[in-house]
Design a protein around this ligand. Sequence first.
Ligand code: DMJ
Length: 603
Amino acid sequence: MRPKSKTIGDPFNGWGASIIDTLDTLLVMGLQDEYNLCRPHVNQLNFHWIKGGDWSQGYIGLEDEVDKDGKRWQIGRDPASGMPVFESGIRYLGGLLGAYDLSGDQLMLDRAIEIGNILSRAFNTKSGLPQGSRFDPGAETGVYHLSGVSIAEVGSMSLEMMRLSYATGDRKWFDLVQRAMDYIENKVIPRSKFKPLIPMAFSPDATGPISGSYSFGAMADSYYEYLIKTYKLLNGNEIGKQWKRVYEESIDEARKVLFADIDIFGPDYNMMTIGKWEHGTLHHETEHLACFAGAMLSLGAKLLDRPQDMADAGRFTGTCYWIGAATKTGIQPEVVHFYHSDDEKRFENMTTEIGPNGEPRLWHPPITEPFHEDQVNYAKMRKTNKGEWLWSDDRSPVTNNSGRAKNRPITYYRSLIGQPAGTKRVTTYYINRPESIESVFYMWRLTGDRGWQDKGWRMFSSWMNHSTVAGGISSITDVTRDPERGIVYGDNMESFIFAETFKYHYLLQADPELLSLDDYVLNTEAHPFISDPKAHKPGFEGLWDASTVKDQELGARAEGTDVQKWARMEFLNRKRPNGKAPPQRQGGSGRGMGGGPPPPPPN
Ligand code: DMJ
């Protein structure tokens, strides 16, 4: 949704991702009436329709809809609908399963089964890994060859598919994701430089070594998360040992390859990052996306008794928190790149003088004599076309021994450059991501240290203060800009804000017994799945009372929501000969519109 302009944008099939992603959060927050309001939408959704196209069947026009040759107009199924596999898995399938596990509402499971069956088709590949990005679920092309995929997309389906199998007693979904994991362990990991870490992008069907970049951030993140969480979902059974082994070895290797101390602030800060290894170098960057790792490491530390992981989880989550707290808005930017501690460029010289707005002034370093061009720091100085050297920040001339220092004691000190301090590059936007608050939440639940609740509350205040707009919570283009100069909104409100960001903030301050981490595994979109189905039945927490919907009118199953019907009509109108809409008929919808036979013509 676009909360500033109050318009919509829907990259996820036109199925109302914000509604499905919100269902279990509503139950967690005690908003049962609002949950009930969403049920007709869930019931009516037509999963064959993606933004008006129908990937499963074509459309036959009404009798009087003829083309220029007088033939009755019709079109085939829409092969270009492009269903996103990973996103549909974590948001829609995950959202319905999470809602089912909190409520026991059969409607949610019925619809989850339908999506599970559609997503199963994405596994019809040579390797058995799912097609990662968008696919055509209606294609009848036999076994599909995959070229480049990201490990996050192809390696993050296990929780949803396995939970669906446990909930239904049908193992077909379980087998698909387990076969994919076997392929990853036997055919992908052996090709990697830093086994068992897997490069962010690779070709599953190739056989040679994979050269690529490694990280716990974008394109890799949830694969590692799903290793430990699938282990928990498998409840220590024999297959679970494989997931545990790959997880533990991955973390051990990541500690050598990706973990780095951020020591530019001195030891008191105890900061570290989990960076990106690329072209032979470890970049000391912190992606907001990678900040989920505090949650993963702390969970793994508890489940597998790995105390070093808990220590690193605390350090890394603290670093993610610090990055946000160190900006002008108190909000964490998308990515920061820290200086290495041996890089002299990380400092700038400041004076003890105070500028007109109360800010400490920059102080240009004294230039040693004679002044040679090879002493120039191009980031700080620039040459005019007259050959004169100027300081980049205030364009004053560069002079030997700094003209400004004359007749005065040198009253400058060194200060770390950047905002947050010590960063050389910052990708400044924030799209309401949940990863840091997710880790703060896990740290609180798994250590009991109330300091994490305080940190989370500060994050919540900053977030609400700066992101709230009339139509909701907006993304921000630059969190390092002084809010007094005005916030520039990105006008985007992703569905994960409801599934994750609000849920984690809420649970952080709520009774720790609510949604206990002993009883549930949360998927990467924070949808809770019961982890021990023998111990707990869906709805066991009593968050939903089925009697409240006894007489609820749900509309026709899978007929399409009103929004979908409009999209379908617009799609068909675009395709019609001459783009002409058919004559308006009351209630008429025709085949392919989810309706029955056309009504009799009007008198
Ligand atoms: C969510 O959709 C999921 O957490 C996913 O794994 C990656 N990140 C977004 C939110 O940032």
